[in-house]
Design a protein around this ligand. Structure first.
Ligand SMILES: *Cc1c(COP(=O)(O)O)cnc(C)c1O
Length: 451
């Protein structure tokens, strides 16, 4: 028995994997990983895979980065964990200072949580609670965008729009409003982008005109709806949204769990629209992918609405055991150091160009309906009839075929249904990028060769 087989057997006897139909593993190999180095992952049999999806979008600077490891080692020798209520520590303070210094102007407070879904929950609670504290308890609904994703816990799922993850749990949700986003994939070629964006935005505007007195906040993933198939929309939508939320007295929550930390070309995606949300959420790559941590960057007026004598019962009593964990904060500080000390955004512009060139051969492919790219997120939409955007039935699992092809060719892809995407660690070099793109092109040929 190979080493891989040994671990697979032991795993399948006891582990229930996330986001997985476990029966698939009767025929789909599970990959037992032993170690990582830069953008590479190594399995128990010594095979290597290029981590093209940054281990679910969290790993920004590669695996086992010496500087992040050093920082974690130092912190481990000082203080591994303590609560953040009634106590504080240097990593939590410094991280708040440095995130707020980078953030769009007006964000002045940092509230820590320990993962993206929990951060979304905290933001929803904070927004609702703000309005209640201000004497508007009827503002108890949220607006989210169709095809959005905000995490897996019940509150986060109820503001999500990806049916695959949420539909079965619908009876458990708090009702809310869902409106179309200016998804560029759905735009007809003959309609100018700005016109299309305004037309799509009008639905949201209309909703706010009618129902703002019942609405606490609008929640969006700025620029790219990642889990919803890397669908992209223009910054103009966000500018319109900011203006409209201000006019109607509704909060704007920017969920930058996946798109923050330099992923879209700017440090925060919101910067491209020149807006400041009322709450900005960071998670995933915040620690470079080393430990779970999330943060809400919040405007001063929100903070002030909770600041009162204890007996007013206005305090935000939300907490998690690992809120602001010192090790996680230290990993995040080491990650920010890398942004400060290296020309990361400039390098990412080169990576953007390289990905654009590498995937160019897929434009015009009969089974490709779209090749799109924002920052270092590149996505290819597979389709039965590319030019007509006639998609493959989901049951055919074409994306999975590309995944299997990738595994045979040193590439770790994990398509979202019919969308094959690349979201590599920023440290991937030019040659690795070219090879990866060539593998994606060949994998798509392989997966679409019939039917
Ligand atoms: C991944 C993600 C979340 C959830 O974060 P977890 O840490 O996985 O709970 C929320 N929002 C967005 C936009 C995400 O991509």
């Amino acid at each position: 028995m190979s080493n891989n087989q040994h671990w697979i057997q032991r795993d399948l006897a006891v582990v229930w994997h996330p986001c997985t139909q476990m029966k698939d593993h009767e025929w789909l190999p599970l990959i037992p990983l032993i170690r990582g180095e830069g953008p590479w992952l190594f399995d128990a049999d010594g095979n290597r895979y290029l981590d093209a999806i940054s281990s679910w979008w969290v790993n920004l600077f590669g695996h086992c980065h010496p500087r992040i490891i050093q920082a974690l080692g130092d912190q481990l020798g000082l203080l591994e964990h303590t609560l953040l209520a009634g106590a504080t520590h240097r990593p939590a303070i410094e991280l708040a200072e440095r995130l707020l210094a980078r953030a769009p102007p007006g964000l002045t407070r940092c509230f820590y949580v320990d993962n993206g879904s929990a951060a979304v929950e905290a933001a929803l609670k904070m927004s609702f609670h703000y309005w209640k504290n201000q004497g508007y308890p009827r503002k108890d609904h949220f607006v989210s965008l169709q095809n959005s994703y905000h995490g897996e816990t019940l509150g986060a799922l109820s503001v999500g729009g990806v049916g695959l993850y949420r539909d079965v749990y619908k009876p458990l949700f708090h009702p809310g409003f869902s409106v179309p986003v200016a998804d560029l994939y759905e735009r007809r070629d003959d309609e100018p982008i700005e016109h299309y964006t305004d037309r799509r935005f009008a639905v949201l505007e209309h909703l706010l005109v009618e129902k703002a007195d019942q609405i606490a906040a609008v929640l969006v993933e700025p620029l790219v709806q990642c889990a919803g198939g890397m669908r992209m929309y223009p910054p103009h939508y966000l500018s319109r949204l900011r203006e409209s939320c201000d006019r109607h007295g509704v909060h704007l929550i920017a969920d930058e769990c996946a798109v923050g930390m330099g992923r879209t070309g700017t440090f925060f995606a919101c910067e491209q629209a020149g807006i400041t949300p009322d709450i900005l959420i960071l998670a995933k790559g915040l620690t470079g992918g080393y430990l779970p941590l999330s943060a809400l960057l919040v405007r001063e007026f929100l903070y002030q609405a909770f600041y009162d004598d204890y007996r007013s019962h206005k305090a935000f009593l939300h907490s998690h055991s690992y809120t602001g964990n010192p090790l996680a904060c230290r990993a995040a500080l080491a990650t920010l150091d890398l942004f400060d000390q290296e020309p990361v955004l400039e390098n990412n512009r080169q990576l953007h160009k390289r990905l654009t060139q590498g995937l160019a051969p897929l434009r015009g492919h009969p089974h490709v309906a779209d090749v799109r790219i924002t920052g270092t997120i590149a996505a290819v939409e597979l389709a039965q009839d590319g030019p007509r955007k006639l998609s493959y039935p989901a049951e055919e699992r074409r994306g999975l075929e590309v995944f299997r092809y990738g595994l045979q060719h040193e590439a770790w892809l994990r398509p979202l249904g019919n969308v094959v995407y690349l979201m590599p660690p920023y440290v991937i070099n030019a040659q690795e990028t070219d090879t990866l793109c060539a593998t994606v092109c060949a994998g798509i040929d392989f997966a679409t060769r019939s039917g």
